[in-house]
Write a protein that binds this ligand. Structure first.
Ligand SMILES: Nc1nc2c(c(=O)[nH]1)N[C@H]1C(S)=C(S)[C@@H](COP(=O)(O)O)O[C@H]1N2
Ligand SMILES: [Mo]
Length: 366
């Protein structure tokens, strides 16, 4: 990595300067208007928590119309099917957890050769404090019967997921042990506010540690299954080719870091700077973050700062004094406590998922 590979993101700096210049400094970077898809402008964030209006949005279909008499159905391989109204949720035990969600296609625009799909830069990852009822509580109430292998989640949104595909709702399943995990939430609050329409009002699933596609929004129905679910968003998408030609489902978030500041192509005065960013892994806490200012030839340890939660990204800082003026290629690399290391290169795949290779940020010191 001797040469700076950041030229593709030339627009980054202008974009960030425009956003920062707005009075509230707010606004998602729009990828698509309909269905709405937008990414978080990481460089303007001041906290490890992403404010709700800046939390990335990824929708496959138009946001569903609000339903006035919403009830959630829980059925399938259970003793007693349940029908749960929104006010019932407030009488159930509440669990509150800071959780990072990353879209499986985050950083897709970095792939070469390019692949179809939303051309995300590094903004399809955000963190909120989610509050809701552990799904386990409701599954136990309904009484999960023997022989159950998966739980299926249906959203209120529907459409044609791709040209030539039949009209269908957003449907995803989870293995029964993940569904029964006490931290898997039916969330109705995000950063202390009721869920907004964009993020799944009235109730959504939040699966800590998993890529975002698992966290089904606008829940309509939950069904306990005795077989593995086959469906567009389960077995045609969110799969990745392994080296032996098999396909594996996209599941937990692979270890990754991002440099929040400086942004690409910034011009910096020749003085000490605080490089900062985030690091996360769906498997374990972050153990270390290393930073390089020479494109990955030499590395130094960054400081892990701020709160240290199991499912939330970890903030890090690196006090950097450039040795002289000139161009620098800044790179960050994270390792988690399970020993997973962020790779130097992403494994290219045709649908563009799990893009966790290090992403150089080029800056010029004047
Ligand atoms: N019902 C429904 N749930 C959904 C989606 C969707 O299109 N419909 N998109 C999924 C994907 S791919 C992601 S990355 C996350 C994004 O959640 P957010 O928009 O709240 O950030 O929602 C997931 N849940
Ligand atoms: Mo996603």
């Amino acid at each position: 990595m001797n040469t700076c590979k950041c030229s593709k993101a030339e627009s980054d700096r202008e974009r960030i300067e425009t956003l920062s210049a707005q009075p509230e400094g707010k606004g998602l970077v729009t990828i698509e208007e309909e269905p709405i898809i937008g990414e978080t402008p990481q460089a303007i964030l001041k906290s490890w928590l992403t404010p709700n209006p800046l939390f990335y949005i990824r929708n496959h279909y138009t946001i569903p119309e609000g339903v006035s008499d919403w009830e959630l159905t829980l059925d399938g391989n259970v003793e007693d099917a349940l029908s749960i109204a929104l006010q019932d949720f407030h009488s159930f035990p509440i669990q509150t957890l800071p959780i990072t969600l990353e879209c499986a296609g985050n950083n897709r625009s970095d792939l070469e050769p390019t692949v179809p799909g939303n051309p995300f830069q590094n903004g399809a990852v955000s963190t909120a404090i989610w509050a809701g009822v552990p799904l386990r509580h409701l599954l136990e109430r309904a009484g999960v019967k023997e022989g159950s292998v998966e739980v299926l989640f249906e959203g209120f949104d529907s459409g044609e997921p791709a040209p030539g595909e039949s009209h269908q709702p957003y449907l995803r399943s989870l293995p029964i042990d993940v569904a029964m995990h006490p931290d898997t939430l039916l969330a109705y609050e995000m950063n202390g506010e009721p869920l907004s329409r964009e993020h799944g009002y009235p109730v959504r699933l939040v699966v800590p540690g998993w890529y975002g596609m698992a966290s089904v929004k606008w829940l309509k129905r939950i069904t306990v299954l005795q077989e593995n679910f086959v469906g567009f968003f389960q077995t045609d998408r969110y799969i990745i080719e392994s080296d032996d030609g098999e396909t594996v489902p996209v599941a937990q978030m692979h270890v990754k870091s991002l440099i929040s500041w400086p942004a690409e192509h910034m011009h910096l005065p020749a003085k000490p700077h605080m490089i900062n960013g985030m690091a996360w892994s769906g498997f374990a806490h972050i153990a270390k973050v290393e930073v390089s200012d020479d494109g990955g030839k030499t590395w130094q340890s960054a400081d892990l700062v701020g709160p240290r939660y199991r499912y939330s990204w970890q903030q890090w800082n690196f006090a950097w004094t450039p040795k002289s003026s000139g161009k620098y290629t800044l790179v960050a690399r994270a390792t988690d406590e399970d020993g997973n290391e962020q790779p130097l290169e992403t494994r290219w795949n045709s649908l563009g998922y799990i893009i966790n290779g290090v992403r150089p940020v080029c800056v010029e010191v004047e």
